[in-house]
Design a protein around this ligand. Structure first.
Ligand code: NAD
Length: 255
């Protein structure tokens, strides 16, 4: 098994996944990304540029493809995977009655089933590097508080948190940690499709206007900035922790 620790991140071709990839690349880890967006992945890896990188076209809804992707990544990374990040996800806004069955299925398939498939595929690899290996699932503040205008998205993120807690208990004896991260507003392409269908700039304006009432950091966070300056992503986590205190007042409908 190689000496260099290895992390595999889904949805690594954009936004938060890219920021996590860059952070771990800067820290000398072997970084693998899986995404349906090949060009996005190449852009992510170009930002690391040290040769210890790997990209695999992966649709997280495809259970068999997960095994192929992790096998290939582990081989490239010297036979090990220390951390798997289930980050790929899509938004779904609108009232439930307006959501089509296709939209509902797609959101659940990517955001929730994709995470469960990823956990299944990751287990044998994380067992190999335990104790100390970790599965990180990117949930959302919408997985802590039901978000009006995004019931399906919220349901998937609550589900991700539930699976995280169950797996953390189940895998504890194996020495594998399972955690979820619940970001608030992060300035990525995903926000353009947020429930209220506003542009990132419009969301930023409303966050600025509402200030502390809706976001503890008084701004829409930048994924890259938070990842690089927030030691071990603590800014993102901290934002979530503090959001618990502000949560009662935080309703996207008021943003
Ligand atoms: P993003 O749109 O910038 O990136 C998402 C990536 O996932 C894209 O590269 C996309 O190609 C990929 N993807 C989509 N479907 C896929 C599939 N079936 N298989 C593999 N990859 C797929 O979004 P982001 O803001 O970086 O979001 C990352 C995660 O963070 C998501 O799970 C999202 O729900 C969560 N999140 C984002 C915010 C925010 O404000 N941006 C807030 C809370 C949670």
């Amino acid at each position: 098994m190689g000496d260099r620790k290895a992390i595999f991140i889904t949805g690594g071709g954009s936004g938060i996944g890219r920021a996590i990839a860059h952070l771990f690349g800067q820290r000398g880890w072997f970084v693998g990304v899986g995404d349906i967006d090949t060009a996005g992945m190449q852009q992510t890896l170009a930002g690391i540029g040290n040769g210890y990188t790997y990209a695999h076209k992966l649709d997280v809804r495809d259970r068999a493809a997960w095994d192929t992707a992790l096998d290939a990544f582990a081989t490239a990374a010297g036979g090990r995977i220390d951390v798997v990040v289930n980050n790929a996800g899509i938004p779904l806004g609108g009232s439930l009655s307006d959501n089509s069955t296709e939209e509902i299925d797609r959101c659940i398939d990517i955001n929730l089933k994709g995470v469960l498939y990823g956990a299944q595929a990751a287990l044998p690899w994380l067992q190999k590097t335990a104790p100390g290996s970790c599965l990180l699932n990117i949930a959302s503040a919408a997985g802590i508080y039901g978000t009006s205008g995004a019931s399906v998205y919220s349901a998937t993120k609550f589900g991700v948190r539930g699976a995280t807690e169950a797996l953390d208990a189940e895998w504890a004896e194996l020495g594998i940690g399972v955690r979820s991260l619940c970001p608030g507003f992060i300035d990525t392409p995903l926000l353009e499709h947020a429930p209220n269908q506003q542009s990132n700039e419009a969301i930023r304006d409303r966050v600025r206007a509402a200030g502390l009432e809706i976001t503890p950091v008084e701004r829409v966070a930048e994924a890259a900035w938070e990842a690089v300056h927030g030691d071990k992503l603590h800014t993102l986590v901290g934002q979530t922790a503090r959001r618990l205190a502000f949560g009662a007042r935080w309703m996207p409908g008021r943003v």
